[in-house]
Design a protein around this ligand. Structure first.
Ligand SMILES: Cc1cc2nc3c(=O)[nH]c(=O)nc-3n(C[C@H](O)[C@H](O)[C@H](O)COP(=O)(O)O)c2cc1C
Length: 238
């Protein structure tokens, strides 16, 4: 169901700003970031609609075995599509901004997002302002370039990008993510747990997402461009 916010404020012209948070999340990391981003947006009086993409055959996190995790990583490297249900009707309404969010899967956008582009891309995004948000372990560049290409082909305007990587150090981050997806608990392992404390984004990153929501909401309210904002707080950009 779309979560609709009721406490809204408007700019001087009386127009309420509306943002669609259109997303997929497999292990809850994108959901966590978006929940915080939405808190910030709402503080600025922005009306927020959440729409999560729902695969027809639901995916279970964790996957449950090392072998099945390898298989999924390989399939997603070849841009496996995961067929989604028709998105909720509110995606076709008018928004000042669409935030399209989801995880990196083997250097690509996730399967549900790829299916969204295949079936609804131009209809959803043509002439719309779309801000992509990526949640990843750490390797987001190919994902970003692919996503930018898909959005451009669909006719979207891309004002900026939001990128969050897991803060854990390498090589433990890669190993930890793989084991976590497979259904293990690397943070509790005697060997790995010393270096890998937790899966996913940190508390500080969630707070950064909330602040980002305030900043984006304020820009929308005052008709300011999003282009000059630093929305990738924890990475060195090229
Ligand atoms: C099949 C699969 C492949 C992944 N491949 C990558 C990758 O290539 N690069 C990366 O940085 N993270 C990769 N990850 C990690 C996720 O992007 C990361 O855990 C993200 O925070 C998950 O977000 P979510 O919980 O919203 O699904 C992969 C995860 C899965 C399940």
């Amino acid at each position: 169901m779309a979560g609709q916010e009721t406490h809204t404020t408007s700019d001087k012209t009386g127009k309420i700003r509306r943002v669609l948070l259109l997303y997929y999340s497999f292990s809850g990391q994108t959901t966590g970031l978006l929940n915080n981003l939405a808190i910030g947006l709402k503080q600025e009086g922005v009306e927020v609609n959440f729409v999560k993409l729902r695969p027809i055959a639901p995916l279970r996190f964790p996957i449950g075995s090392i072998f099945a995790t390898f298989r999924m990583m390989l399939a997603t490297f070849f841009r496996l599509r995961i067929t989604i249900k028709e998105p909720e009707a509110c995606v076709w309404e008018d928004y000042d901004l669409i935030i399209l969010a989801g995880p990196t899967w083997s250097y690509n956008p996730s399967g549900p997002i790829l299916d969204l582009f295949d079936r609804f891309g131009p209809r959803l995004f043509k002439n719309k302002s779309v801000l992509p948000m990526i949640s990843c372990r750490g390797y987001w560049r190919m994902h970003w370039h692919g996503l930018k290409g898909l959005l451009t082909k669909s006719g979207a305007k891309i004002p900026n990008r939001i990128i969050f990587s897991h803060p854990a150090p390498e090589p433990w981050r890669t190993l930890g993510v793989f084991l976590k997806i497979a259904g293990k608990a690397p943070e509790r392992s005697k060997l790995i747990g010393r270096y890998y404390k937790r899966y996913g984004h940190s508390r500080q990153q969630l707070l950064a997402a909330e602040k980002m929501g305030v900043t984006i909401g304020s820009c929308l309210k005052h008709n300011r461009s999003l282009a000059d904002l630093d929305l990738c707080p924890d990475i060195a950009l090229p």
